[in-house]
Design a protein around this ligand. Structure first.
Ligand code: ZN
Length: 201
């Protein structure tokens, strides 16, 4: 707008100098002056309009800035929310993972303890069984020995001298009653089918 004013002034000055001393020129100058006044007024009006537009623009920019800021803040808030939700989810997953791990560890410990208890129980059972077997063996050995001793006591050893008669069915440890007794080995007497005398044995 200032440019227009300058053009007007230059025009009026130019006309003033070129038309000096002429009646018609006087009229022209008056016209030019009026034109300048009109232009100045128009300039003022335009300045007002520009000022008003500038104010509007300023206000608009401010509003836009505020909106952009608000949008940015909202976006940031949303991002924060999403991030927080992700962190919460992650923490929850981690917690669950730890719990599962702990449960597995506990189960493993329990399994090992049960295994150890079972092994101890089996070992004790085996120990008892071995003890019982040893006792049974000892008892059987003692019994066998006792039986052998009894048999040895009941039966005279081979090679022992016994007494027999020519017709009798028994053998004796000595001349048992009347008859013709002769000495013989126990083996010979048994081979003849003789049995021990109930009096002697
Ligand atoms: Zn006899």
């Amino acid at each position: 707008m200032k440019k227009l004013l300058k053009i007007g002034l230059v025009l009026s000055l130019g006309l003033h100098f070129t038309a000096c001393g002429n009646g018609e020129t006087e009229q022209t100058i008056t016209n030019q002056s009026q034109t300048i006044e009109s232009l100045e007024k128009e300039n003022k009006d335009l300045n007002k309009t520009v000022s008003s537009l500038e104010k509007s623009l300023d206000s608009f920019e401010k509003k836009e800035k505020a909106e952009v800021k608000k949008e940015k803040e909202q976006k940031l808030a949303e991002e924060k929310k999403v991030k927080e939700a992700e962190e919460t989810k992650k923490a929850e997953e981690e917690k669950q993972r730890k719990q599962a791990e702990e449960a597995a560890e506990k189960a493993e410990e329990e399994r090992i303890a049960a295994e150890q208890a079972e092994a101890a129980r089996k070992a004790e059972e085996e120990r008892i069984a071995q003890e019982a077997a040893a006792a049974a063996q000892q008892q059987a050995a003692a019994q066998a020995e006792a039986e052998q001793q009894a048999q040895q006591a009941a039966q005279p050893a081979q090679g022992t001298t016994v007494y027999v008669t020519p017709t009798g069915s028994k053998y004796h440890t000595h001349k048992c009653g009347n008859g013709s007794y002769s000495p013989a080995t126990l083996e010979e007497a048994q081979n003849r089918g003789l049995s021990p005398c109930s009096k002697c044995y």
